[in-house]
Design a protein around this ligand. Structure first.
Ligand SMILES: Nc1ncnc2c1ncn2[C@@H]1O[C@H](COP(=O)(O)OP(=O)(O)OP(=O)(O)O)[C@@H](O)[C@H]1O
Ligand SMILES: [Mg+2]
Length: 209
């Protein structure tokens, strides 16, 4: 089975005033070990799809299986575990999964505490090494630059060995040199560790993932 199997996926946001069709019958297959970059104009539904894949939002209709799980039938309890253990998420604005008053290492350890892993500190060190921040592991996040914080966010997303790594414009708020470095990290993860990745890439980025 593919990592993502999506058929005729529909997402409609209903507010009291209007209905917005954010996804209009999307078909998509992403194989295990694949890296898929999404490019599309603003409002085309990229974040909507990523949020659905991440278990943060539920489709209105269609079929969606992620890592063999039926995302339209998933129970709330399973969704909590899915979000913690099956997917890792990196946002454009990393403030969403970072704790500024903790060190880089403590931040990476955090999701592993919830899932009850044993070798937390060792794994955090390995992950920070992978994103090139091992020597900054004892720094608090508010002592790191925006690009460095974004690399910590990648390490956090990988902490529980997610089957699927999702990134919504992860280079949106860093300079182009840092953006290249971050894309290189994603590319290495995919090529060397066979990590499945779905990433929303800004159109203007010169280096393709
Ligand atoms: N919670 C919501 N309630 C109502 N409408 C929403 C909601 N979230 C998204 N939408 C609408 O759904 C459509 C798709 O939005 P989405 O955020 O997925 O676009 P996007 O492709 O990520 O755009 P961008 O490139 O600007 O980030 C837009 O028209 C948006 O206004
Ligand atoms: Mg978006």
């Amino acid at each position: 089975m593919a990592m993502i199997e999506c058929e005729n996926l529909v997402k409609i946001y209903k507010t009291s005033e209007i209905e917005v069709i954010a996804l209009q019958g999307l078909d998509l297959t992403v194989e295990k070990g694949e890296m898929m970059a999404m490019i599309g104009k603003s409002g085309s539904g990229k974040s909507t799809l990523l949020n659905i894949l991440g278990g943060l939002d539920v489709p209105t209709a269609g079929r969606l299986f992620v890592d063999g799980r039926d995302m339209l039938k998933m129970k709330p309890k399973d969704r909590v575990i899915y979000k913690r253990e099956t997917v890792g998420f990196v946002w454009q604005n990393n403030a969403r999964n970072l704790l500024p008053y903790l060190t880089a290492e403590e931040n990476v350890i955090q999701p592993m505490v919830l899932s009850g892993r044993k070798d937390k500190r060792r794994r955090a060190g390995e992950l920070l090494e992978m994103v090139g921040l091992y020597n900054r592991r004892k720094n608090r996040l508010d002592q790191l630059s925006g690009g460095e914080q974004q690399r910590v966010a990648i390490a956090i997303a990988l902490a529980n060995e997610p089957a699927l790594l999702l990134a919504d414009e992860p280079t949106g708020s860093v300079d182009s040199k840092t953006a290249d470095l971050i894309f290189d990290i994603f590319r290495d993860l995919n090529r060397q560790l066979n990590q499945t990745i779905v990433i929303v890439a800004p159109k203007q980025h010169r280096k393709r993932p």
